[in-house]
Design a protein around this ligand. Structure first.
Ligand code: UGA
Length: 340
């Protein structure tokens, strides 16, 4: 059978970027499901893209039929915004854990290759630098810190998938994105606290003439990875699913792009000054320290440093992240600021 992918949550940040790159660079077919289609509009008439509008929580029959038709399954339906882990922990569990568990079981039943989005968040507050897929401890906070329900839901699925691999020969690959950024990540429409992940949040605040808030002073660090680099890794995983990527876990991140959140805020302000329409707004933006309790509420706890070991991805997949932070920021800001 030629390569047919099923992408659940195809209109999301990762799904929509996959559609674009895969249709342009491969001859694969894509079947996709999502509750909306605004990020994939340009591809709806493409002969190798078959889209269905629908809710993954309510369409088990459709999903099972399509798992049977395809040979690789990407269940990408998930909440991935930390402020929602704190405010809507049960919704995170329902979507990120329960909905995906049923898709995992379908892949076991129909013997399909599952490519599951684990997360850098599973390492939690591990002190390792870098985080290693095989040896790092996964360190979470107390139950009262709901932030960890996302990490814990994903970790449990990682463990279930691994166990199905051992007991029922499930063919799978787990990938762990490390702060992927790029066009179509989150919407710049709302600058309400916590409505987007950090980069888009900062851009929205500046557009709305609001200040930028640094949670606990912004000394925490992240390694930012451009979305196209991430999708390149996913393509290699599909290509090598029966060989180097079979039953493996890969961190997919860019250790060369490690910056503190304060540095990120400064870079965003400086870069936005180069767009004439936003220069004045950027010049007037203040960068202000705030507490995690004030910003997210008491259920939040942060990760201070998060660096991926990418030896497995470089040696087994032949993958390397290529985009510098400067290029990643410019491409993302061009998308948000030149297209409105
Ligand atoms: C992210 C999200 O959980 C997921 O997108 C994903 O699974 C994972 O990590 C990843 O992409 O690797 P995090 O990096 O903490 O978690 O989320 P962001 O919202 O991007 O925040 C990054 C940092 O900026 C945090 O320390 C946060 O406290 C800080 N922040 C955020 C601010 O200082 N100010 C803001 O306005 C927003």
């Amino acid at each position: 059978m030629s390569t047919k992918l099923l992408i659940l949550g195809v209109n999301g940040f990762v799904g929509s970027a996959m559609v674009e790159k895969i249709l342009n660079e491969t001859d694969w077919e894509i079947y996709g499901l999502d509750i909306s289609d605004h990020k994939i509009k340009d591809f709806l008439n493409h002969e190798r893209f078959h889209f269905t509008l629908g809710d993954a929580l309510k369409n088990d029959e459709w999903i099972e039929q399509h798992v049977q038709m395809c040979n690789v399954v990407f269940p990408l339906v998930a909440v991935a915004n930390p402020s929602l882990y704190v405010s809507e922990p049960l919704f995170v569990f329902q979507l990120d854990f329960e909905a995906n568990l049923s898709v995992v079981k379908m892949c076991v039943k129909h013997k399909k290759h599952l490519v599951f989005p684990s997360t850098s968040e599973v390492y939690g507050m591990s002190q390792d630098i870098p985080f290693d897929e095989e040896s790092s401890r996964l360190v979470l906070g107390p139950i009262s810190k709901q932030r960890w329900i996302y990490s814990c839901s994903k970790q449990m699925l990682d463990r279930v998938i691994h166990a199905y691999g051992l007991k029922e020969n499930l063919s799978y690959t787990l990938f762990r994105p490390f702060n992927w950024i790029g066009p179509k990540q989150d919407e710049v429409k709302s600058s309400k606290k916590g409505s987007a992940r950090v980069l888009v949040q900062f851009v929205s605040n500046i557009i709305d003439g609001k200040d930028i808030y640094l949670v606990d002073g912004g000394s925490q660090q992240r390694c930012f990875t451009y979305i196209d680099d991430g999708i390149d890794a996913l393509i290699k995983i599909v290509e090598r699913r029966d060989k180097e990527a079979y039953q493996r876990i890969f961190n997919i991140g860019n250790p060369a792009n490690e910056y503190s959140i304060r540095e990120l805020a400064e870079m965003v302000v400086e870069t936005m000054k180069r767009y004439p329409k936003y220069r004045e707004l950027a010049e007037n933006t203040k960068i202000i320290a705030t507490s995690a309790d004030d910003y997210y509420g008491e259920g939040y706890q942060d990760v201070n440093r998060r660096v991926p070991a990418i030896k497995n991805a470089t040696t087994l997949l032949g993958w390397q992240p290529k985009h510098t932070m400067k290029q990643s920021l410019e491409k993302t800001l061009d998308y948000h600021l030149l297209n409105d």
